[in-house]
Design a protein around this ligand. Sequence first.
Ligand SMILES: [Zn+2]
Length: 428
Amino acid sequence: MKRIRIDEKVLGDDLRHLARFTLPGEVKGAVSRLPWTPEDRAAVEWLRGRMEELGLVPSLDPLGNLWGVWDVDASESLVLGSHRDSVPQGGAFDGALGVMAALAVIRALRKAGHRPRHNLEVVAWNDEEGARFGTTLFGSRMYVGALTPEVVVNMRDTAGVRLADAVQAAGYDLQRMRPSATLARIAAYLELHIEQGPVLEREHQEIGIVTGVGGIIQERITLHGTRVHAAYSGGDRHDPVLAAARVLHRLAVVEADRNRMRPRAVLGVTVGRVELSSALVNVVPESVSFTVDSRAPDPRDALAALESLHEELAAVSTSGGLSMKTAPLNDHTTLAGAGVRTEPIRFNADLGAVIRHVSHDLGYRAIDLPSWAGHDAMALGPRVPTAMIFVPSVRGLSHTPSEFTSDLDAGRGANVLLHTLLALDAAP
Ligand SMILES: [Zn+2]
């Protein structure tokens, strides 16, 4: 029997088309599709049409998640998807691949005349990145009931717009946002995604079977000193910038050592934003704030890294006459699903075994690896059997216009998604 295959050219064209729905005037190749915006609304309308062409019944739920359902009147559904939002000036693959590949799977099944035994559902989750309001995994966490409107109602974006107002302007009602009853019929959730790291490419692998998602802790650290003129010389300046630089340099040394020793099981600490209380050439700023993002396959390692950073900062602050403050940036208990101080999310091992078998059967080189980034699958994982498939992103780049995955690699991932779905659909 001839094996059903994904049309990778159509999948690639779909990805390029979806990338057109972006904030106008962005740099070439950049995708900025933030939640509750006209760009997102336009993307939804296009996706809805694409779903209809494939005979799916589209519907936008009260949380802003777009669903396309192939209802065969079964009691259980198999769900494929990912998110449709991007970060500002992100790329065309993060999230988008999982959505368009899900539609490519349906296309292949229709073409082959397959009659599924389960209902098949495609989902394009809303606001996974949390790039606008800090509401990471908004659509999927709301869907499973891990996030409630009360928590997010007063959050503001950088322009000062309240989430409640943005939601209303986009035609939604925060009061109607509640967990969905359709969760109960999901027999499995499968998400294809780009790796967002260099492991697959570096190891010449084509498919990643994602074992789980590590813990992520984010916080803002502020060092307070004394604002003085550059003319104030001598050893008794309380300079927060130099103190922060000293600690971050130390952090860089520790990270480099660790990566040398364990290149695959690394622990990542990232300083992504640094802000000074003043921006004058001839003034020592009164304070410096910086964000720290600490992540590891085992969240206890992420926490330990952050705690050792705190110790170094406290020592430098004391000796430099500075004060230090820390504030959490994410909700540690819900972002990591089961809580950052507990075990990380592990995806369903039986589904992982199916993906492994399917990958080998298709002749693809595949390895197991953990995810370093958060995904909607994290929200689903504790509630329904969940698995993720990674394909390489060139040079491990993501969240940048340079993000790139070839049609061939995207097609391989979609073929694995397709045949995993078929295996699950065939099982009683
Ligand atoms: Zn993503």
